[in-house]
Ligand binder design. Structure first.
Ligand code: 5AD
Ligand code: SF4
Length: 451
């Protein structure tokens, strides 16, 4: 057993929910070895970076962050001779041995496939000094076997698949997260039941593409079975992320009409509204097919709030292609859209595609889309005014401690004043009813009607 007793660590997490989940496992695992999590780097003897390389900005930011902690002194009384700096996650997986060359004060590098090795690598770095780099191409285990330290006791991530087989031409994920592997349905159901018994109210099923769950185990996707099995645990709120439109089945869509605890929100990344660009991205659906899925979802449950991801400026995107994206966004009326400017990732097919659209044109397209998204979200949210929504409370607003913040079933942020005699800490993790009287683009506000 590595000796990490009383060693303090702090975690920096970047990127997607899979990384957030990995960080919860890392924290749980290190605490099971006796280490103690702290919030501030000044108090930490060990700094751990769980990294993302999906766009170039994330890379650049990481290098800056790691460099910036170099001269911060160790906490007083530490027996270590230097702060241990560990880089894991997707950049760890991608760069491996090259990282200590770029950042000499890095002690440990691990990847996406071996987070359970971190305590051992750390112990070796502490006792022997030097750089300890270990990257595995693929793993037979799931990080779900490790203890988790959940950020909120009432909400949990539950990975059902890891990795991705889709190879969208712009995307680095299949290269750093490996091939798709599904967990056994019984294991997922058992984990979900244990979470519910532990007081969890909200479970989010995780995978790069949850809709292709089971292809490696049963020969066909059986994501609908996972949804039904987890729904049966009686969890109050069931969500999932992320979906690929090409694998979203009618059976799954139908569950929006029949499973009461499947929350009325769906994140369905479209990436582009142009068939030509979708083809170049290797997305394997057309805009028309995507829109027919949206219609089917709305038919199953008209209350579903839709969100999506869009890439602007994919190589060769013309004004006409962009217009098709703009029109699609307008037509769907999303409650939220995550817009990204295309960022070439070395080693992906798109990185070698001709790309001669001037930066200013891409920026103009991006800005006009962001304006549209804001208008759409504002218009979409007006439908909640006058309705009373169940809100799962997270705590007090950062700006005003007399205002609570939580999420509606549609996953929209809700604010409400905390009634006299109640406090945010006591309300956190409970579900309250809020009558909505105002809707902005990014949040709703109203008054609590009863606890
Ligand atoms: N450039 C810009 N955006 C990207 N995404 C993935 N790869 C890239 C890239 N190379 C976006 C996609 C994906 C989201 C998580 O990140 O929209 O759905
Ligand atoms: Fe990347 Fe496409 Fe896989 Fe999503 S489905 S992780 S965009 S390759």
């Amino acid at each position: 057993m590595p000796h990490l007793s009383q060693k303090t660590f702090c975690l920096y997490t970047y990127g997607c929910q899979m990384n957030e989940h990995d960080s919860e496992r890392i924290a749980g695992m290190l605490e099971s070895h006796g280490a103690v999590e702290v919030d501030a780097i000044e108090d930490a003897e060990i700094a751990i970076f769980v990294t993302c390389c999906i766009r170039e900005a994330a890379d650049v930011r990481l290098m800056g962050q790691v460099a910036s902690i170099k001269n911060i002194p160790l906490p007083e009384g530490s027996a270590l001779s230097k702060r241990m700096v560990c880089i894991g996650g997707c950049i760890g997986q991608r760069d491996g041995d090259a990282l200590p060359d770029k950042l000499a004060h890095v002690d440990v590098v691990f990847g996406t496939q071996n987070i359970e090795r971190l305590p051992y690598l750390l112990e070796a770095a502490i006792s022997e000094g030097g750089h300890h780099v270990e990257i595995l191409e693929k793993s037979d285990t799931f990080s779900t076997d490790l203890p988790a330290k959940r950020e909120h006791p009432w909400s949990a991530w539950l990975p059902i698949t890891v990795g991705c087989n889709n190879f969208c031409t712009y995307c680095i994920v299949p290269y750093v997260r490996g091939r798709e592997r599904s967990r056994a349905l019984e294991d997922i159901a058992a984990d979900a039941a244990a979470l519910v018994a532990d007081g969890v109210k909200e479970i989010t099923l995780l995978g790069q593409n949850v809709n292709s769950y089971g292809r490696d185990l049963y020969g066909e996707p059986r994501f609908a079975d996972v949804l039904r099995a987890v729904s049966e645990t009686g969890v109050e709120r069931l969500r999932f992320a992320t979906s690929h439109p090409k694998d979203l089945t009618d059976e799954v869509i139908g569950l929006y009409a029949t499973l009461d605890n499947l929350m009325p929100s769906l994140h369905l990344p479209v990436q582009s509204g142009s068939d030509r660009i979708l083809k170049a991205m290797n997305r394997r659906y057309t805009a028309e097919r995507y829109l027919s899925l949206i219609d089917a979802v709305r038919e199953a449950n008209p209350d579903v709030a839709l969100s999506t991801d869009i890439i602007v400026g994919f190589p060769g995107e013309t004004e006409q292609d962009f217009q098709a994206t703009y029109d699609l966004v307008k037509r769907v009326g999303y409650s939220q859209v995550f817009t990204f400017i295309y960022s070439p990732r070395e080693g992906t097919p798109a990185a070698s595609m001709a790309d001669d659209t001037p930066r200013e044109i891409i920026q103009r397209r991006f800005d006009s889309l962001v304006d549209l998204v804001q208008e759409n979200a504002y218009a979409h949210n007006q439908r909640f005014v006058g309705r009373t929504l169940a809100v799962l409370v997270e705590g007090a607003s950062k700006r005003d401690e007399r205002v609570l913040v939580g999420h509606s079933p549609h996953n929209i942020t809700v604010h409400a004043p905390i009634p006299e005699g109640m406090d945010a800490a006591a309300l956190a993790g409970s579900t309250v009813m809020v009558e909505i009287d105002q809707a902005k683009a990014w949040y709703l506000s109203g008054a609590m009607v009863r606890a």
